[in-house]
Design a protein around this ligand. Sequence first.
Ligand code: FAD
Length: 530
Amino acid sequence: MIVKTHDAIHTPLGSGEPIVIVGSGVVGLYLAKLLSEQGHHVVVVEVGNTKLALIEKSFTSVGRNHNGIHNGRSQSLGGTSNLWGGQLVEFKPSDIDGGDGSFHQGWPISYEEVARHYKTTFQRLGIPEKFQQDEHVWKSVAGKVPAIGGDIQIFLTRWLSVPKLAVLYKNAIRYSSNLQILVNHQVCGFCGADGIITGVHVQTPQGKQEVIAAATVVVVAGAIETNRLLLAAAVDKSWECPWRNNRMLGRYFQDHLAGKVGIIHPINRKSLNFLFGTIYSQGMKFQPKIRLSDARLESTQLPKTLGAIQFESSISENLNYLKQFLKAAIYSRKINNIKDLLKHAAACARHLPRLAMAYLRYHRIFSPNHSTVMLMIQTEQVPLADSKITIDPNKVDSAGVPYAVLDWRIDGCELQSIREFLLAVRDTLLSSGIGRLEIDPRILAEDPSFLASLRDANHAAGGCIMGRTPKDGVVDGDLKVFGTKNLFVAGTAVFPSSSDANVAFTAMALATRLAERLATYSDLQTTCCV
Ligand SMILES: Cc1cc2nc3c(=O)[nH]c(=O)nc-3n(C[C@H](O)[C@H](O)[C@H](O)COP(=O)(O)OP(=O)(O)OC[C@H]3O[C@@H](n4cnc5c(N)ncnc54)[C@H](O)[C@@H]3O)c2cc1C
């Protein structure tokens, strides 16, 4: 249920203080629904409203340019799920376990422990078990699993059919009696003593400060805002902040490096389309992507890179326009420029028979023979202590919370990873007779200036990383903030390293695990009401 004032929050019969979740984004809303279905009394506090809005200016960026901090976040019910594609990608074992000689030493929890929760998370998001297996998807649409050989492997990513979580969960939001979402209220601090958090301070839309009592608090406000909130609380002299002296807070900020790196000149266009065209089956979308083979990865010990192939043509442009239009119509956003709509629809209508044939027979989007085939990459960065978020005490927002200052830094060795990856892709595509990859010459020349042309991938992570002790992390393996008994952080902020895979699915799997772990903190539990 959506509530607009603190007074409207009710306590279900038999319940104690609620679990308060700060932020109703991808991970926050997912966790809130899960906990409420387990019978907990859950109150989500969301600074945004029910209408789509970008983030209010409350930050500066002083390091490497980071676009995502400006326009890669949404401050509204559903958070950034209002902007994302909903692509779900699993991490690999070495992303979490690290390894001998690797640039990261591993997370305090094992890959196995995270992977155990991938399955439940897929199920909770409505991805049937059979579609969790690449082999099954390939066999159902093509009758066989493609083998390309060489040093690269093809894997599939899965896309949510309804990416906006506020839409996906609309029934729970409307009807659940023990899930309440207080919108338009900004959490700006915490109260409590001796490591026990008893509530959060919120700023109302009228500018008043109120306290919402809590049995347990989970902060899941997106990586940047989570760090800002914890950093602001640490310098607030009005209370004894348990993490005040944690030197790790704000450190190891990470994102992926993304961009176009080459053009593929097809030798066998049919194979290229078959291997890399986006797959549609039974209402679900799957995208084939490429990585180095496990054996080749093990021998490099570099950050990882993954690639995706993009077929660019006037038809893909027309289809994209129509897709955006349909989304706007479905989610009742403002629709303008009907003239453009008709132009794009007419262009698609011309290709309708071929579009229908590709879709119905091959489960693919038709891509014409003249389309340009681009290779895009997404590269993991080496986590660096000096890549960090701090706060600026001289600049505060309307609730008096200091601005975040982002100093995003990268190591530079990521260029080697990109080069290694592209050479392997080039050799494999050529030896299998599929295409010739023309690589950006700056990469071949190992020209470091190439890295400046890559952008972030809207995959902000780190700052409140998991560690074994407060000396190497802000939260422990249970995501509990060191020094506290009942304050947890969820979301990508806790990642000590962030793979080359899109980050949200692993953050959701950690939220599934957190819901399980919260049950073991018996002294903190709210009374279940169902
Ligand atoms: C265009 C785009 C495409 C993307 N595509 C993908 C993809 O396909 N796959 C993928 O894995 N990732 C993708 N991402 C990244 C993904 O969206 C984020 O990793 C994910 O949203 C993080 O989830 P979150 O819940 O931590 O934060 P968010 O979804 O950003 O939600 C945070 C919420 O907290 C609220 N909030 C913040 N501060 C406060 C406060 N003080 N008090 C109360 N509320 C607060 C915000 O208003 C917001 O609603 C994409 C991002 C973008 C921008």
